[in-house]
Design a protein around this ligand. Structure first.
Ligand code: HEC
Length: 447
């Protein structure tokens, strides 16, 4: 095995992320370049001419003239020069706009250009290039960032590396997931990576108080990720925790909202009845009552009403209480074992046996982790070398009947964020403990 692959895998197995220090280093530079607050631009000033008025630097981030990828945004006849490190350090003289001839930049002459408007060969830069009062440290961070600016404006991606954050939740913990992802990633990285980039998974148990999300290209999660936790990064999670929306949060299977919708459809068809939302500790005078997030207190169970639970609400019910339910009861589940993709299941079994992944009590979490990793690798492959968040999302939106993972077939789209919106509705036995004879797959109409 090549040494660098071993190092990446070891760093994953040990739980430390040392594959690509460039992400952390260039992150501060990225914020300055793109004017993403908070950044060093917030407290800095600039002038447009030597003795001009001082203006707040945050109104003029580099991106506004030099462009998203550093290659310049033409404006009123002038094209600001290419700022990528490759262009700034070409080892020969370059002729810039208006005949200015300059040699290669280094860190020192770069600092002088940004602070004083003097290029690498001592020429005065045009006054459309502002002079910034930025510190040595900040300019060094910017200089670092210019080595990756051409690849992407997004965090977690450089010329050579691609970083994905994986959130496990408290139940399974990081160790087993790290081992599974290291096995998954070794296949990819030994075959040349994702279009030439080494894929690194950073594994964490939760996103609470965690800045890891900000540095990741993509977040994969076994537990639902909230809007605040994701730092505007795209997310693929298992169960949806929101209604379909335009945000870049994708879910593999239906969560409480879709399950509730499936129960409503089922009730309408089966009983010609409309469901009433249950309040968890009130009596249930209505005859068809739906519990979406929380289970009812014990006093609801003696009622005559027919009860409907999403999986979340049912899971929040104390196991002891389940025996006390006298009423007719229905439960919606996000997935149906009978509908899992045969191909995905077989691929996961092969993968697990080759890599000695234990098929123990955590097998569902492991299968889910395998599915998230496999789906995202496929989409990254389809996105090509010029990867960006918007390209990744656009590719994911084109996924139709995907069968590479251990789930029912998945489809996404511009208005579709849940891969499989159907739910399995099952009738529970008299003491809500065993599954009764009937169960039915309810597919939701999709946009
Ligand atoms: C308002 C537009 C504008 C903004 C904002 C701006 N620049 Fe410039 N920059 C220019 C223009 C125009 C030139 C070319 C000047 C010339 O050729 O005389 C230039 C030239 C440069 C050069 C010299 C490149 C060469 O090939 O000699 C460097 C380095 C540079 N800018 C860095 C930055 C950095 C770093 C930032 C952000 C902190 C920034 N610029 C923000 C317009 C801008």
């Amino acid at each position: 095995m090549k040494l660098w692959i071993r190092i990446v895998i070891q760093s994953l197995v040990l739980g430390a992320f040392c594959g690509a220090p460039s992400f952390a280093q260039s992150e501060d530079g990225r914020r300055v370049y793109h004017g993403v607050a908070p950044s060093a631009l917030d407290d800095a000033e600039l002038t447009f001419a030597e003795n001009g008025y001082a203006l707040p630097a945050r109104s003029f981030p580099c991106v506004s003239c030099h462009g998203e990828f550093g290659s310049g945004r033409p404006e009123r006849g002038t094209v600001p020069p290419d700022l990528s490190r490759a262009a700034l350090t070409k080892p020969y003289e370059m002729e810039a706009e208006r005949g200015r001839i300059r040699g290669p930049y280094d860190l020192t002459s770069f600092k002088r250009a940004v602070r004083l408007g003097i290029d690498s060969s001592g020429n005065k830069l045009d006054e459309t290039m502002p002079r910034y009062d930025l510190s040595d440290e900040v300019l060094t961070e910017l200089w670092d960032y210019l080595s990756v600016v051409r690849t992407s404006a997004d965090p977690g991606i450089s010329e050579t590396d691609l970083k994905i954050l994986f959130v496990t939740g408290e139940k399974i913990g990081t160790e087993k997931i790290e081992r599974l992802l290291a096995a998954r990633v070794s296949q990819i990285n030994s075959g040349g990576g994702i279009h030439g980039r080494v894929l690194d998974f950073v594994v964490t148990q939760s996103l609470e108080d965690d800045e890891l999300a900000q540095d990741a290209f993509l977040i994969l999660s076994l537990v639902p990720v909230s809007e605040a936790q994701r730092s505007q990064r795209p997310v693929i999670q298992i169960k949806s925790n929101h209604l379909n929306g335009p945000a870049n949060v994708f879910s593999l299977v239906s969560g409480a909202q879709e399950q509730a919708a499936a129960l409503r459809l089922f009730a309408a068809r089966e009983f010609m009845a409309e469901l009433h939302l249950g309040d968890n500790c009130e009596d249930t005078p209505e005859s068809f009552v739906l519990f979406v997030m929380e289970a009812p207190c014990a006093n609801a169970f003696s009622s005559e009403a027919t009860l409907f639970f999403t999986q979340t609400a049912f899971d929040s019910l104390e196991p002891g209480l389940r025996h006390e339910i006298q009423s007719k009861t229905y439960l919606a589940l996000g997935a149906d074992a009978g509908r899992l993709s045969m191909q995905g299941k077989a691929a996961f079994s092969r993968f697990a046996s080759v890599h000695k992944i234990p098929m123990d009590e955590d097998v569902f979490d492991l299968a889910n982790a395998y599915t998230l990793a496999t789906l995202s690798i496929d989409i990254l492959m389809r996105s090509g070398r010029k990867l960006s968040t918007s390209e990744f999302v656009a590719q994911l939106e084109q996924v139709s009947s995907y069968i590479g993972g251990v789930t029912p077939p998945l489809s996404f789209g511009p208005n579709r964020r849940v891969g499989n919106t159907g739910s399995l509705v099952i009738a529970l036995g008299p003491s809500a403990n065993e599954i009764a004879s009937s169960s039915e797959w309810i597919a939701l109409p999709t946009q």
